[in-house]
Design a protein around this ligand. Structure first.
Ligand SMILES: *[C@@H]1O[C@H](CO)[C@@H](O)[C@H](O)[C@H]1NC(C)=O
Length: 582
């Protein structure tokens, strides 16, 4: 009897919810990897052709101050999915490496975190992730998949769990060469040469045994490193469908087309029920690739070709929505996880960088505007205005509460959620973003703060430290692939380096107390807000600690015998590379 009663109550509640949320939309959330704000026509690019993405801007709302919660893949994506600063979930590194670089690392987005996919699933949505994940995979065995996308609310998964590294494509070299370049090899070489010389002259005597064992250790270390580099693609570059490895290593040339097909199929299959699809492009991160149909179509080498392919794919998805009559009940969102990687040059010397437009972005993983100000487009035909542009500061963490509310779900109240529901602003019910302050982290370190004071159009930004880009001591970001956040890699500023972005969007002229009367009061406000923010952070386990980033062989997925170097090719979607089928 009792259970019948509660059933009835539940049923009534559900009916109420259903009535209240008659406009529960579907979601198609699109993220392009490392795409710069200056790479799209709708943000002013005149040479790359992105008509499909530009159409989204025309038919929806374009954000000009859309800020990624971190300037690096793993933390930015963690924040996007959970609506929280990465430091809150342990997805911000206290060390140098800020992202996962092997697929057999034990770090992960913790299970206690709530993603928008988890909530949508609870609300009866069919959910899918197509493309890149980069938030962990296994805990204790090579197939427990405890942090696979399916453990975070995605019913369907087709994609890669790591990221597309240079090593994933033959002939593109290795990101680890950067690490090599960074090791004090020259010093070591000079040291060894000096000792050898002195030994030969009889100035010092080195014991033969010692010399031999030293040489052996150096040789062994070099061999291990070499083996790691050579086998890396086989271990780390694999494609999964749900919980099965279907291609190892994966072929990238036609991967975007396969992902697009998979997505269109998902849309067709689920057009009659609410769905949430997160389409997470593997392009335009290096190693750069484009399908044969797009090769040579741009003036900007393979980078531009890749952008063209992304635009084509977005066009296919939009066409599918129209064909399935889903345009008016689907909220489409497009963004990038961080700014363009301006220094990226291929091993053949080809320019593989995107554009951050007028925004400064020297050094990957910096909080200069170019590192975090990303494209942001939202379209929901019939509900959101068309052709609207908003200059208010909006975070990629805002997607979480926006999606959760629209699904009819509850935003968790047992934890701090840093994002804000975007609907009032997008629909024009309010004029101002709820983000008076935004905190910009370099890994786990508070790097800069943005302040958009109430009743003002100004946006202040204060840096507590800035990355050393061209220091004499050889520790520039250039040599480390991404900028680091501590020690000799940064310069601290006291007082902080202050900019006002509405007058100086390119961050070229730090303000001085003499030239800026508000200098001290602004910094006081920013310091007070930072103190409040820091107080709100509860220490959690660091998911990017070295022990969580290192390769652990027992966590390594392998779709063949190890002796066959983890190779397989069983992706049923795999169509012959070539013509994009319309
Ligand atoms: C368009 O994008 C390309 C590739 O990123 C870049 O080289 C070019 O400078 C951009 N053009 C403009 C006008 O921003």
């Amino acid at each position: 009897m009792k259970s019948q009663c509660s059933c009835l109550v539940l049923l009534l509640l559900n009916v109420c919810n259903a009535v209240k949320n008659e406009k529960r939309p579907n979601f198609l959330l699109i993220m392009v990897d490392d795409l710069g704000i200056g790479d799209l026509g709708c943000y002013g690019n005149t040479t790359l052709r992105t008509p499909n993405i530009d159409r989204l801007a025309k038919e929806g709302v374009r954000l000009t101050q859309h800020i990624a919660a971190a300037p690096l893949c793993t933390p930015s994506r963690a924040a996007f999915l959970t609506g929280r600063y990465p430091i809150r979930s342990g997805m911000a590194s206290f060390g140098k490496v800020g992202v996962y670089i092997t697929s057999a690392a034990s770090g992960r987005l913790p299970s206690e975190e709530v993603t928008f996919a988890k909530v949508a699933k609870q609300q009866g949505y069919q959910t899918a992730l197509i493309g890149k994940w980069h938030l962990g995979l296994n805990c204790e065995r090579s197939d427990d998949y405890c942090h696979h996308p399916s453990a975070h609310g995605f019913d369907h998964f087709y994609g890669i769990t790591l990221t597309n590294l240079r090593d994933c494509q033959r002939g593109h070299g290795s990101v680890f060469f950067n690490v090599l370049a960074h090791l004090p090899l020259k010093t070591l070489g000079v040291g060894v040469a000096t000792v050898t010389l002195l030994h030969a002259r009889g100035v010092v005597t080195v014991r033969r045994r010692l010399a031999l064992s030293l040489a052996a250790s150096v040789g062994a270390a070099a061999a291990v490193f070499g083996l790691f580099i050579v086998t890396f693609p086989f271990f780390n570059c694999f494609l999964m469908r749900n919980r099965e490895v279907v291609e190892q290593p994966y072929v990238s040339e036609n991967l975007t087309q396969r992902m697009t097909d998979e997505a269109v199929e998902f849309l067709a299959k689920n057009s009659a029920r609410p769905f949430l699809m997160f389409f997470s492009f593997i392009q335009v991160h290096t190693a750069m690739f484009a399908s044969p149909a797009f090769q040579g179509t741009s003036q900007h080498g393979v980078f531009g070709d890749a952008v063209h392919e992304v635009d084509w794919s977005v066009g296919q998805l939009m066409r599918a929505l129209d064909r399935l009559n889903l345009r008016e009940n689907t909220l489409v969102y497009l963004t990038s996880d961080q700014g363009a990687h301006l220094e990226e040059i291929s091993i053949r010397g080809e320019v593989h960088r995107g554009s951050n437009g007028i925004y400064k972005g020297t050094g990957k993983s910096t909080n200069w505007e170019g590192g975090i100000r990303v494209p942001g487009l939202l379209r929901w035909t019939g509900t959101l205005p068309e052709g609207k542009v908003t200059d208010e500061p909006i975070s990629n963490m805002d997607v979480f509460p926006t999606v959760v509310k629209l699904t009819g779900g509850m935003v968790p109240v047992d934890r701090v959620i840093d994002g804000h529901d975007l609907m009032p602003l997008l629909q024009g019910e309010v004029e101002r973003s709820e983000h008076e302050f935004l905190f910009h982290y370099c890994n786990a370190y508070l790097n800069a703060v943005r302040w958009h004071p109430p009743n003002s159009n100004l946006t202040w930004k204060a840096f507590f430290f800035t990355p050393n880009f061209y220091p004499e001591n050889g520790t520039a970001c250039m040599h480390t692939h991404t900028c680091f956040c501590t020690g000799s890699y940064v310069t601290h500023h006291d007082p902080p380096l202050l900019f006002e972005l509405s007058r100086d969007p390119s961050e070229t002229r730090p303000l001085t107390p003499d030239a800026e009367p508000a200098f001290h009061t602004v910094l006081e406000q920013i310091r007070a807000a930072s103190a409040r923010h820091v107080e709100s952070i509860i220490p959690v386990q660091d998911q990017l600690a070295l022990t969580h980033v290192l390769w652990k062989p027992w966590l390594q997925p392998c779709c063949s015998a190890w002796s066959q170097l983890c190779r397989c090719e069983r992706d049923s979607q795999r169509s012959p590379a070539g013509s994009p089928h319309d």
